[in-house]
Design a protein around this ligand. Structure first.
Ligand SMILES: O=C(O)CCC(=O)C(=O)O
Length: 247
């Protein structure tokens, strides 16, 4: 069976694992060979400015059909539907480009940074390059999504301005999310994660796809980068502003 023909609904055991651990995967989104074909196009997207919004690394699904297509493939969307129901809106995409020497991304919970109410999101983190311990794969703390972590000002050696308070983080059970290019994992808004500095000579690019349900309000709904694309089901609430995907 090809990836396109498979059924991606999650089993009860997988849903229980997500409830317990706050993450699931890795799963195959495409083969390594297909990702090798797609990668030059994605690299080109990262080399040009987005037409009407912020930076090169954020929300490129709004102007690049290849980023949109990859972000909304059935292996991601159908698994998210198992967890969050039939109606889904694509809110953001974020490339995490870690060149050799890139700094640490601090331990954090995503909800801390985002203008969402209620702050519920599902993330799919796609390995555009192979992600290993050597080139600073994402690391995650299973079960950490069950508490809210205080965040404090980050130290200068971190990529973000705020980080989870180290006094509340126990990394003894961390899991390395090593992935082949073309694989992805799912995690939620409170799953504590980070990545080490990239101490290797190998670049590591990931693409995080952030999806919400219609009940979630994007508080800055009128900013250009906060237009949502409906990727499954329907949106009976219309709390947010929607847009069409790029062609
Ligand atoms: O790719 C990374 O190193 C960090 C990813 C991350 O923080 C996220 O997807 O929320």
């Amino acid at each position: 069976m090809t990836i396109a023909e498979a059924n991606f609904s999650l089993s009860e055991a997988e849903m229980d694992a997500f409830r317990k651990d706050g993450y699931l995967g890795p799963f195959d989104l495409c083969s390594e060979a297909e990702m090798a074909d797609l990668r030059p196009g994605l690299e080109q997207v990262l080399e040009r400015d987005a037409p009407d919004h912020g930076t090169r690394v954020h929300n490129r699904h709004l102007d690049s059909s290849s980023v949109y297509e990859l972000s909304t493939r059935r292996p991601i969307v159908e698994r998210m539907q198992s967890l969050y129901g039939p109606d889904l809106l694509l809110w953001r995409t974020n490339f995490f480009v870690k060149e050799p020497g890139a700094k640490e991304i601090p331990w954090h919970q995503d909800h801390n940074y985002w203008p969402l109410e209620p702050p519920i999101i599902s993330s799919a983190w796609i390995a555009i390059d192979e992600a290993t311990v050597e080139n600073s794969c994402v690391q995650i703390i299973p079960g950490s999504h069950r508490k809210t972590l205080p965040h404090i000002k980050a130290t200068d050696d971190m990529v973000f301005a705020e980080m989870g308070d180290p006094d509340y983080i126990d990394t003894s059970q961390l899991v390395n999310l090593e992935m082949k290019a073309g694989q992805f994992v799912l995690f939620n808004e409170r799953t504590v994660h980070h990545s080490e500095p990239n101490r290797s000579q190998k670049r590591r690019i990931g693409l995080a796809v952030r999806v919400i349900m219609p009940i979630v309000k994007v508080l800055q709904w009128d900013a250009p980068e906060h237009a949502l694309v409906q990727i499954a089901g329907e949106d009976r609430l219309q709390f947010n502003r929607t847009t069409q995907p790029p062609v």
